[in-house]
Design a protein around this ligand. Structure first.
Ligand code: NDP
Length: 326
């Protein structure tokens, strides 16, 4: 028997999340069984713990879009019992049962060996949010980060916090956009050199170009903010578009692309090929200062998840929640 957060749907279509006892026979098909040690809470998890946001097709469902743990049984040559592994993406926790259980059964193709030098707990302090932040920074590097501060939007959230810490550790000035002024000290401790108030950058402007301010941008917000930021980028600078915490619309003009050679880079963490995943986790192990990572951690257990799911949908989670399943 093991514990898991199970989401059920009643006859009226309402979902209910509660900790239940399950057996290995309850787990879905897959060729590797993992003893999950840690998971985390992402925006998508908030949706899947609650009414689903169209992501979950079948109930009962075990959410948790990422986890790290130890292989318990494997029918795949690449993994053997005792191996430490990490999983993000591949619609695990949405279409397939995820990491909010002490055991998970998955396809070996979805796993990545835990990189050397980090623990399963640290891997989930990073989680999908941090992994995506690393992909976003790597995309900026591939296109060249220009001089001047790199802007991080949604900075006090999961993606933003990790992006801030990585960019600062790599020697970049970081301007952190937040709607929560009380997180300023936290963001400065992560390495932000400048705090930008959300309202200063959130409003639409009729001017397609403003003064050139940013040498790069990791954007977790989208919407009006992304549209505005495009017109503030330095000549030839790039924006990694990661999230839509502020909206999916992009009310922008093409002028920043045409007159300033600005690049808008799409970042997807879910379907990233294996080699890119391994490269990003390696960079995380080398470029993310682990003491800064620890400062972002908010510990939690399975029973905290229903409330945390509601909190993250309201933008009320700071940094990275680490769910302990041991
Ligand atoms: P969080 O909820 O932890 O962080 C989002 C942050 O955005 C908040 O903390 C807040 O930061 C800011 N924010 C929230 N609402 C608004 C708003 N209305 N306007 C402006 N800013 C707002 O989520 P994550 O960091 O985990 O994820 C961020 C985004 O990235 C989400 O949209 C998520 O779905 C997406 N994502 C995409 C991935 C991909 O593969 N492309 C992978 C992972 C996440 P502050 O309080 O500092 O203002």
């Amino acid at each position: 028997m093991f514990n898991a957060l199970v989401v059920t749907k009643d006859d009226e279509g309402k979902t209910h999340a509660a900790v239940q006892s399950l057996t290995l026979d309850d787990l879905p098909a897959g060729n590797v069984t993992v003893a999950v040690e840690f998971s985390t809470v992402n925006y998508k998890d908030g949706l899947c713990i609650g009414p689903g946001g169209g992501l979950v097709r079948n109930y009962p469902h075990v959410p948790g879009i990422d986890f790290a743990g130890t292989v318990e049984a494997s029918d795949d040559d690449r993994y053997k019992p005792g191996d430490k592994v990490v999983l993000t993406g591949w619609r695990v926790g949405e279409a397939h049962w995820g990491g909010y259980g002490q055991k998970a059964r998955v396809n070996a193709d979805w796993l990545v060996p835990l990189p050397e030098g980090i623990t399963t707990r640290q891997a989930m302090a990073v989680g999908t949010a941090g992994f995506t932040a690393m992909l976003a920074v790597m995309a900026l590097e591939a296109h060249g980060i220009k001089d001047g501060p790199v802007l991080v939007t949604g900075a006090a959230g999961g993606v933003g916090s990790v992006a801030t810490a990585i960019l600062s550790n790599l020697g970049h000035e970081v301007a952190a956009v937040t709607g929560r002024p009380e997180t300023a000290d936290y963001l400065k401790d992560l390495g932000a050199t400048q705090i930008v108030a959300r309202e200063d950058i959130n409003e639409t402007t009729k001017r397609p170009l403003e003064a050139e301010a940013w040498g790069g941008c990791v954007d977790a917000v989208g919407g009006d903010m992304l549209a505005r930021v495009l017109g503030q980028m330095k000549y030839g600078a790039s924006v990694s578009a990661v999230g839509l915490a502020g909206g999916a619309a992009l009310p922008a003009t093409v002028i920043p692309f045409l007159l300033r050679g600005v690049n808008l880079l799409g970042i997807d963490s879910v379907m990233q090929p294996y080699e890119n995943r391994v490269a990003a986790w390696k960079r995380i192990a080398s470029d993310l200062p682990m003491e800064k990572l620890e400062a972002m951690v908010q510990p939690a257990t399975l029973s905290d998840l229903p409330q945390l799911g509601r909190d993250i949908l309201k933008g009320n989670v700071k940094g990275r929640v680490v769910v302990d399943l041991n």
